[in-house]
Design a protein around this ligand. Structure first.
Ligand SMILES: [Zn+2]
Length: 188
């Protein structure tokens, strides 16, 4: 999948393309952890330009839906916007987008509009994924762009951060319910 002119760089910095994918996914995971710290659903995304002599990170972002009060502030959208700004071009041809969880339909739409070459994701999203799980917008002949997919990179870590986040949320909810219940009992 990795373009041949990056081979020398890959040989020096990484042992193989899989190792490069794991490295960039670790940056996306780091972004996911930042989202977690901000009590956001922990999704992180990184856009890497593979078109030069060596891969260049154009953007790193995490989900900011609650912080920004914006339903479209998904990690991938923010990373795509920053990458386009940095490249000075809305076309992100030659880039790979790394994201910790399978993109939703909105993000896959943006990925296609940006002409991104390839998407690498950690864990699948059986409830809303649009890169093979619920929909597959990566390879639809009715759309005018196709994107190569690699799934399952650092899958366990990507899944665990989501599970940890939602189990914390459930714990907080049950603690809050417990406190509310105790108040009601005091009022009696
Ligand atoms: Zn999304």
């Amino acid at each position: 999948m990795v373009m041949s002119h990056n081979k020398d760089f890959l040989d020096s910095a990484f042992n193989n393309p899989e190792q490069a994918d794991e490295h960039f996914m670790s940056l996306a995971l780091e972004q996911g952890r930042r989202a977690f710290q901000h009590q956001e659903v922990p999704v992180g995304s990184v856009v890497v330009d593979w078109d030069g002599d060596y891969p260049r990170v154009l953007a790193e972002a995490h989900n900011r839906r609650a912080i920004d009060g914006d339903p479209t502030a998904h990690a991938e959208i923010l990373a795509i916007r920053e990458a386009s700004r940095k490249k000075g071009d809305w076309r992100l041809t030659g880039t790979t987008l790394y994201v910790t969880i399978e993109p939703c339909p909105m993000c896959m739409g943006a990925i296609l509009l940006a002409r991104i070459d390839r998407v690498v994701f950690g864990c699948g999203d059986p409830k809303g994924g649009a890169a093979g799980s619920v929909y597959d917008l990566s390879d639809d002949p009715r759309l005018n762009h196709r994107v190569a997919l690699t799934r399952g990179v650092r899958e366990q870590e990507c899944r665990r951060i989501m599970q940890d986040f939602f189990s914390c949320l459930r714990r907080e909810h049950s603690e809050r319910d417990f406190i509310l219940k105790s108040w009601r009992e005091e009022e009696k």
